[in-house]
Design a protein around this ligand. Structure first.
Ligand SMILES: [Zn+2]
Length: 88
């Protein structure tokens, strides 16, 4: 009987993994939600103060600046101020 549980766990782990992939992909398009403890870009730990100030932050300060710069270049409206409008 115990093996039945183990199998279920393995299956749901796989489902959870692919779900996490989907979520990660969605998050890279929409900077919102719980954010990340570590920078998506360089893996650096994001300071708690920054995460509190910017709850959707997924990048460290340096990478966020880079992302903001390229976001401004490609889409001037893709900025923090218009977070809501991106979601329609
Ligand atoms: Zn970074």
């Amino acid at each position: 009987m115990a093996s039945g549980w183990a199998k279920d766990d393995a299956t749901s782990d796989q489902i959870r993994d692919s779900l996490n992939d989907e979520i990660r992909r969605a998050r890279s398009a929409l900077p919102q939600g719980p954010g990340s403890e570590y920078c998506d870009e360089c893996g650096e730990k994001i300071p708690e103060a920054r995460r509190k100030a910017l709850p959707g932050a997924r990048l460290c300060v340096a990478c966020q600046e880079e992302a903001d710069k390229s976001a401004q270049r490609t889409n001037p409206y893709n900025r923090k101020g218009s977070k809501g409008s991106q979601l329609r």
